[in-house]
Design a protein around this ligand. Structure first.
Ligand SMILES: *Cc1c(COP(=O)(O)O)cnc(C)c1O
Length: 715
């Protein structure tokens, strides 16, 4: 539908008032290209095609971004077009819903207007969601056990490697105390943190010690048993059994031992690469028999009480799950027959998350079962095997990590700017374009094709014209203004003919390597959605590019197999995007590529006050000084050096003033600061810049440097 307009423009010798156009001279293309008029016209054309944009509603956004599919029952869109968090899942009352935009404003608004002055990006944690996930998992097993008449109980542990954040682990211990929920550790520091957190937990809560172990790890685990934690040392390699036997004798502790079995069942998805007979972890059948013999010979076979296995994360279907659990239940029964005092079957992790909401069992991004179906499949598989072998039903332990923590946090970041590939340059009056003969004939052929409404030919010549001009530019016979004009013409032609909005790149105030490491490393896709403006139609197709100087620092794959994300045109205010379901693994895996550190964090509880929420903790992300220290730099010395340098070259007074600007940069986070309180003010003495003192102090108060961790409450 843009064709006639274009034809008119290209063809008309005398432009109508308000329009300039190509005026084609004899041997050159003299142009007074009014890009602004093109843009206005084409923008109108786009708007009229999308005239239904006035009928857009939050419900349309909910469908477009599949929010109900992956977000229910925790995330939805409210009437104002903002993402709303339902902290208690399906039992959330309407007045308990939390408007995510309000949280972000409260966290990021300057202190002078009542905000917390935190820099973006921001992780918002919802402990209520964590509690709901934990209770849902528990009740799924409780109800499967009741329905199927299973004669023991479920007693889960949380594998801390999924998110070792102190508040996450402490909350899980607290919320899980009524049902003896425990922790799983896979390394010495994880064991230390698990022991410390379980001091406040249920005394019967399990403390499962997995991972490769040395004498120190084993001693620590044995001490944990002395301290009356319900510790189980799970043997990962055959050699560990000797250490356990020796050290437990030395420390005179009777250990509780588990074994990790290497199953034959293989999970073929990405996360299953360590499963199966050739997997990296666990004991083979032969190893198991030798361990049993060693324990028997040391009179410790009664210490062997738990069988552990882990099929892999993100188990796609209950069919595979049942297969693995049944195999493990057979091993469990055999261990009982061999004389071990078996009590617990620990089915590992792998309870999956439906990241794209597709409920599909053949993608790493989705799973085809619900929590209830998972629990039911596990209970059934164990029961069938144990009944057949007349083995007492074991306590069922699971190490679900992803399923517990994924939903509880949201990563918020800003889209800062966008590349505008649509022609939008303002009124560039080109003096003269020296085109080659060939280019000129391309231009004429293109114009002819426009007249004949022959789009394909038109595009062909437009493309050829552009290529020729690029060649001319490389040879030095075309100036940069002319090249820009040709680019603009090309974009205009393609846009008008193809009538599709080009895909735009939005710069986001984020490091993918730090905050979404799994996207970069294993192609894990998370749902990303604007957290506001969802009552407006998103009219731009976008990909996201992060702040790092790394070509991998971009997101161009989205849920639903999409190569771009519908976003709104940048408006006047901030534009916030949320990445959801990233509560597991992302925080601990992230590095400091390009020295971008982790985001700021706020913890938000549902509250019955006027705002329906309270921020209970807030912490600024690492400052530039903090991330520099990670790489062994000494920010204090660096600053002293720079201060001397400033004084040497700018004079003592001005120099020390300028140094305060540098000092502030050390204290701020590495990310962009769109509403910088450091409004650099020009001094009149030689164009020096300095920071407004007041702002400086206000800013430094939130400096992560001071390891400040304050409690804040309103409502
Ligand atoms: C990683 C891991 C888990 C957690 O797996 P999820 O899929 O996140 O539930 C549990 N157990 C072991 C041994 C693990 O290595």
């Amino acid at each position: 539908m843009g064709m006639p307009t274009l034809a008119y423009r290209v063809d008309s010798a005398v432009p109508p008032p308000g329009y300039s156009t190509f005026i084609v001279g004899e041997s050159s293309l003299a142009t007074t290209v009014s890009f602004s008029s093109f843009t206005t016209t084409s923008a109108t054309a786009v708007d009229s095609t999308n005239s239904n944009s006035t009928h857009w509603s939050p419900a349309h956004s909910s469908t477009l971004y599949r929010i109900d599919n992956w977000g229910a029952p925790y995330f939805a869109v409210n009437d104002s077009g903002n993402i709303t968090v339902r902290p208690h899942g399906s039992s959330t009352l309407s007045h308990q819903e939390i408007d995510l935009l309000k949280v972000v404003k409260k966290a990021s608004d300057p202190k002078s207007v009542g905000g917390l002055g935190l820099q973006m990006p921001l992780i918002v944690r919802f402990p209520d969601v964590l509690k709901n996930r934990l209770e849902s998992l528990q009740s799924a097993f409780v109800s499967a056990i009741q329905t199927q008449g299973y004669e023991s109980r479920y007693q889960g542990v949380y594998p801390v490697k999924c998110n070792q954040d102190r508040f996450v682990v402490e909350d899980i211990v607290k919320f899980g105390t009524p049902f003896r929920f425990g922790l799983e550790a896979g390394s010495k520091p994880e064991l230390l943190l698990a022991m410390s957190c379980l001091c406040k937990g249920n005394p019967e809560a399990l403390l499962i010690c997995n991972g490769f172990k040395d004498a120190e790890y084993i001693s620590l685990a044995l001490l944990a048993r002395k301290f009356q934690f319900n510790t189980v040392i799970v043997l990962e390699q055959e050699e560990e059994v000797k250490l356990v036997i020796d050290i437990s004798k030395k420390l005179s502790v009777r250990p509780v031992i588990g074994l990790r079995a290497k199953l034959r069942t293989k999970h073929s998805g990405h996360f299953g690469s360590t499963s199966g007979e050739k997997g990296k972890f666990g004991l083979t059948t032969n190893h198991i028999l030798r361990v049993v013999k060693d324990l028997h010979d040391s009179d410790m076979l009664d210490c062997l009480q738990l069988l552990h296995f882990h099929i892999g994360s993100q188990i796609p279907s209950t069919a595979l799950l049942q297969d693995g659990v049944s195999e493990a239940a057979q091993i469990y029964s055999e261990l009982t027959r061999l004389g071990a005092d078996m009590k617990v079957i620990d089915i590992g992790g792998g309870l999956g998350i439906d990241y794209d909401g597709s409920k599909s069992g053949n993608s790493d991004l989705s799973v085809s079962y619900s929590l209830e179906e998972y629990a039911s499949a596990v209970v059934n598989a164990i029961q069938v095997v144990c009944d057949r072998k007349s083995v007492k039903h074991p306590i069922i332990c699971s190490e679900s990590g992803r399923a517990i923590v994924s939903h509880h946090s949201v990563l918020i970041f800003e889209a800062m700017s966008t590349t505008d590939t649509a022609p939008s340059m303002n009124q560039i009056n080109l003096p003269f374009i020296e085109l080659s003969e060939d280019a000129r004939s391309d231009y004429w052929n293109m114009s002819d094709a426009v007249m004949r409404h022959d789009n394909e030919t038109c595009l062909f010549y437009a493309d050829q014209l552009k290529q020729r001009c690029v060649e001319q530019f490389k040879e030095g016979s075309l100036g940069i203004e002319q090249l820009a004009a040709v680019d603009g013409l090309f974009d205009l032609v393609t846009k008008t003919i193809v009538e599709t909005e080009p895909v735009r790149t939005y710069l986001v105030n984020l490091s993918i390597f730090t905050s979404i490491p799994d996207f970069w490393s294993i192609g894990q896709i998370f749902p990303i959605v604007p957290i506001h403006r969802l009552d407006q139609k998103p009219e731009v197709k976008a990909i996201l590019s992060d702040l790092t100087c790394d070509s991998d620092g971009k997101i161009d794959k989205f849920i639903g197999g999409e190569a771009n994300l519908p976003l709104h045109k940048p408006g006047n205010g901030q534009y916030y995007l949320g990445m959801f379901l990233g509560g597991a693994y992302q925080e601990a895996l992230g590095g400091v590529h390009n020295l971008f550190g982790s985001p700021s964090v706020v913890t938000v509880l549902q509250s019955d006050g006027p705002h329906s929420f309270a921020i209970t903790h807030a912490m600024s992300g690492p400052s530039c000084a903090d991330v520099l220290r990670v790489m062994q730099h000494e920010p204090k010395l660096m600053f002293e050096n720079l201060k001397h340098r400033a004084e040497e070259f700018c004079g003592i007074d001005a120099g020390s003033c300028l140094a305060s600007t540098v000092a502030r940069s050390f204290q701020n986070m590495p990310y962009l600061e769109p509403r910088s309180s450091c409004s650099l003010t020009a001094m009149n003495n030689g164009g020096f810049y300095y920071c407004n003192k007041e702002d400086y102090y206000a800013g430094s108060e939130t400096g992560a440097n001071e390891d400040e961790h304050w409690s804040y409450c309103f409502a």
